[in-house]
Design a protein around this ligand. Structure first.
Ligand SMILES: [Ca+2]
Length: 187
């Protein structure tokens, strides 16, 4: 009986070590520093926020929390669309990192829930600036939304490799709602 218990304890210890090892590995993977967490951003004036699933205090896109891909109605999502969905003007967000930082990359999370009329943006661009007046050449990521798919979590990755204080993320919507979870500016 005792031997069995010892074996059992050993197994628990082994599992504990494995789990902590995985966590350590995870931490290593997350070594990329998120420069954008807690930083303020401004929105283009044509952005209409969703009444229920919007971003009332302009905090959700830089709170360091990714959107919950299992639930379009989760509070982690910021729902928005262009004022005139026919005209489909570009919508943008400008994050202020508060000082010039070396920016390695930017990662934007979007979500699609077709039956809600939420579709991933066909294009997102990222540009950086040190003074908010002169912008570097935008980096473009295109995706082809498939509205046949009910739910889609999509990440848009931008390799920047430049110094800047302001990060401008421009969304080209799909003539409808777009759901964003986070704009992560990584060192
Ligand atoms: Ca977030």
């Amino acid at each position: 009986m005792m031997k069995g218990n010892v074996k059992y304890l050993g197994l628990i210890l082994l599992i504990a070590v494995l789990i902590s090892g995985c966590n350590l590995f995870g931490k290593k993977e997350n070594k990329l520093i998120m420069l954008s967490v807690g930083k303020k951003y401004e929105l283009s004036s044509n952005i209409v926020k969703h009444n229920t699933y919007g971003d009332p205090n302009d905090t959700k896109l830089t709170d360091g929390i990714w959107g919950d891909k299992t639930n379009a109605s989760d509070v982690t999502w910021s729902g928005a669309m262009p004022e005139d969905r026919e005209k489909n003007d570009l919508c943008f967000y400008i994050i202020d990192l508060e000082k010039v930082e070396q920016i390695g990359s930017v990662k934007v999370q979007a979500f699609q829930q077709s039956d809600w009329g939420i579709v991933i943006p066909p294009q997102i661009t990222v540009a950086v600036s040190e003074d908010k007046s002169t912008w570097d050449e935008p980096i473009v990521v295109n995706k082809t939304p498939n509205t046949e798919l009910q739910t889609v979590e999509e990440f848009y990755d931008f390799t920047v490799g430049k110094a800047g204080r302001y990060v401008k993320v421009t969304i080209k919507p799909h003539h409808t709602w777009f759901w964003l979870g986070e704009i992560a500016v990584l060192k």
